[in-house]
Write a new protein. Structure first.
Length: 417
């Protein structure tokens, strides 16, 4: 199993950069009459668009020296939440959207606020300086080694992108209560770190329960396979009886049951009963047929080589010396024969090759999900046959009932006459 991790965007969800902006404006630009709320909600109005002031501000803000000169604090509760994650053995990974030349000053700033040894930090390389998909590349690499339980960020445009990365919880950290319309069920909106900690804890506990529920559902689906087979066997029995009964009626001397119209009604109705029953019998047997319940062929019937029927009939299919003539390449028998030729080391790891060949994965979560969906597909491949067979039987019984009523009425009328 992969270890859990939480990814945090440093400059939008961990460090309150509004404090740094305020200090720059007050110190560098002598704007003493503004407060942090104006920086948060009216920053564009203060700067103006494409102004000299904006240009000078961004140069100062993006300089390496700005970080130690204008320090900013962590958002309230962030340090405690990170400590909580660490205590729960959840790896905390920080992403900084600045190039590696900022590494020393940023690490120094963070080390004054939290235990830097408990976290892993990713910076842009010089080549990724202007790259827009830096975070997505980092997440792809991290997901190979960790199970990403949450991404925490404060930029709306990036939050939307994270829905493409199979992350169970995406937190939009919104301390300033910006307008944001959720586009995905995975996205959670939090205004403080206490809520973030609570949501991640709740989702982790929920995931553990879902894992157990998944195993329970697999066992339910396995039992359902047997239930469907039982229903199909009942359909086979009823369809056989109706086929025999309707066939006997059609082959008997129909002149004895009444006039020409009665005979015509009998032929039409009983023929329908016979056809529907026969179709029901065919679909029931089709549903009863052995199918694959796992792998890429789940839900499909097991293939059979015609030329080996005699060997199987005689019971030689799995006996040594006869296997080569009756086995099908890639089936369980041929795989077993290959396994018997392995040395001890290869035999001890053969299950890994089996899972990779069959499911193209070693990840236990992926394998459990593969089993879950494949056995469910197997159920439905049978249940469609059972459902159609049942419908045909119902109509056969209804038609047979109509015929009995017609014959009874005819006899009653004849007796009256």
């Amino acid at each position: 199993m992969k270890n859990n991790c939480v990814i945090i965007d440093v400059e939008s969800a961990l460090i309150n950069v509004a404090e740094r902006k305020l200090k720059i404006l007050q110190t560098k630009f002598s704007l003493q009459n503004i407060d942090i709320n104006k920086v948060i909600h009216n920053f564009d109005e203060i700067m103006g668009k494409n102004t000299e002031m904006e240009k000078n501000f961004m140069e100062e803000y993006n300089s390496i020296d700005a970080i130690p000169i204008y320090p900013a604090s962590l958002f309230e509760g962030a340090k405690e939440a990170i400590m909580c994650f660490t205590n729960q053995e959840i790896k905390v990974i920080l992403m900084v959207e600045r190039i590696e030349s900022y590494k020393d000053v940023i690490i120094e700033e963070l080390s004054n606020k939290l235990n830097i040894n408990d976290v892993e930090i990713h910076f842009k390389t010089e080549q990724e300086g202007n790259s827009d998909n830096f975070k997505e590349k980092v997440i792809e690499n991290i997901s190979k080694d960790y199970n990403i339980v949450a991404y925490i960020g404060g930029k709306i445009e990036e939050i939307e992108k994270m829905t493409n990365h199979n992350i169970s919880t995406i937190v939009f950290f919104n301390p300033h209560k910006q307008f944001f319309k959720k586009s995905s069920i995975e996205i959670q909106i939090c205004t403080n770190w206490r809520d973030i900690e609570r949501i991640i804890k709740m989702n982790l506990e929920g995931d553990a329960e879902l894992y157990e529920l998944r195993k329970l559902m697999i066992s339910f689906y396995a039992r359902w396979l047997h239930d469907i087979d039982f229903k199909l066997s009942i359909c086979v029995a009823i369809a056989t009886i109706l086929c025999g009964l309707s066939g006997t009626i059609l082959c008997s001397n129909l002149r004895n049951i009444g006039g020409i119209f009665t005979v015509i009604f009998t032929v039409i109705l009983i023929s329908l009963v016979f056809i529907f029953s026969l179709l029901s019998l065919i679909f029931s047997i089709r549903g009863y047929t052995s199918i694959y319940t796992s792998g890429k062929n789940a839900g499909q019937t097991v293939k059979f080589r015609k030329k080996c029927w005699n060997k199987i009939k005689c019971g030689f299919a799995i006996l040594k010396g006869h296997v080569e003539q009756s086995k099908q390449k890639g089936d369980a028998i041929s795989i077993f024969e290959e396994f018997r030729q392995f040395d001890e080391i290869a035999k001890s790891s053969a299950h890994r090759k089996f899972f990779h060949d069959r499911y193209t994965s070693y990840d236990p979560d992926a394998l459990w999900n593969e089993r879950f969906f494949s056995i469910r597909a197997s159920n439905y491949s049978k249940i469609y046959s059972e459902k159609f067979a049942s419908i045909l039987l119902i109509w056969s019984i209804i038609i047979m009932g109509i015929w009995v009523i017609i014959i009874a009425v005819t006899y009653f009328i004849d007796l009256k006459v």
